[in-house]
Design a binder for this molecule. Structure first.
Ligand code: ADP
Ligand code: MG
Length: 258
């Protein structure tokens, strides 16, 4: 099958510090890939290289190649802003624009992209909120501030905002770690639905979550603090959790370290 993402020989630095070294992996369209591994092994850093967010950090620098379909995201003449439209991101803490209404939060990305008629915006806002399983809860309060929603609703609002611009890929960095168990399950169910339309990459500290939501799992590790994080293996989730190829993966998932 054609790959949606094809990373090869990727290094990422903060100044002179090599945070992740020589990462290569492929990701298929309409799949969920989970990134797991101990704190500091570079999961978030790697995730942010996939939509050119890493370089926003002062000193942030990337070597290597990230192909999104036929395009190298680090090739000459590529506009990072356009990349971030194709590869959306959802963060650990729900971050709706605090002064904006529910409606305007979802419409924000579209408005940046150009002029839309009110009726077009209405359609996209409704479709995106439905897509994020939030419509029924907010349809009567579209003009109220997004920040007035519960934490779990805010996170689904952020997902609605991300999918409104129809990205190819959705990156999620521990999207449930600030949420209660019920809200977490709602997001996990949603991920299962969204993968019909989007390619999803999720960082999670929660092994059960990785096992529940993902098709593929990538285990990252680092030899010692100060050493670069590396991709140890990536395989079908079922295999990673039953019979991984590398002992360190087995040790990590069975809780012997990390
Ligand atoms: N803004 C930053 N400046 C300098 N070093 C950073 C920064 N962010 C992360 N790092 C370092 O990069 C390494 C990888 O961090 P990170 O990607 O956050 O790991 P993880 O998400 O797996 O916990 C760590 O050593 C971390 O201290
Ligand atoms: Mg992280």
């Amino acid at each position: 099958m054609a790959k949606r993402i094809d990373v090869s020989g990727l290094n990422a630095y903060y100044g002179s510090f090599l945070a992740i070294e020589d990462i290569s992996m492929t990701i298929e369209p309409r799949s969920v890939t989970a990134f797991i591994g101990p704190s500091g092994c570079g999961k978030s850093t790697f995730l942010r290289t996939l939509n050119r967010m890493h370089e926003v950090t002062p000193g942030g620098r990337v070597e290597g190649k990230v192909m999104l379909d036929a395009e190298n995201l680090y090739g000459a003449g590529i506009d990072p802003v356009a990349v971030r439209r194709e590869v959306g991101m959802v963060f650990q803490r729900p971050n709706p624009f605090p002064t904006m209404s529910v409606y305007d939060n979802v419409a924000a990305g579209l408005r940046l992209n150009g002029k839309y008629r009110k009726s077009e915006l209405d359609d996209v806002v409704e479709k995106s909120l439905r897509g994020a399983n939030l419509w029924n809860e907010v349809k009567d309060r579209l003009n109220k501030p997004g920040s007035g929603l519960s934490g779990g609703q805010q996170q689904r609002l952020c997902i609605a905002r991300a999918i409104a611009v129809e990205p190819k890929v959705l990156l999620m960095d521990e999207p449930c770690s600030a949420l209660d168990p019920i809200s977490t399950l709602a997001i996990e169910d949603l991920i299962g639905e969204l993968k019909e339309r989007f390619t999803i990459v999720i960082v999670t500290h929660n092994m059960q979550q990785a096992a529940r939501v993902s098709d593929r799992t990538a285990f990252f590790n680092l030899a010692a603090v100060g050493q670069p994080g590396k991709l140890i293996e990536i395989d079908d989730t079922e295999r990673i959790f039953s019979n991984p190829s590398v002992q360190a993966t087995e040790d990590y998932i069975s809780g012997r370290f990390g």
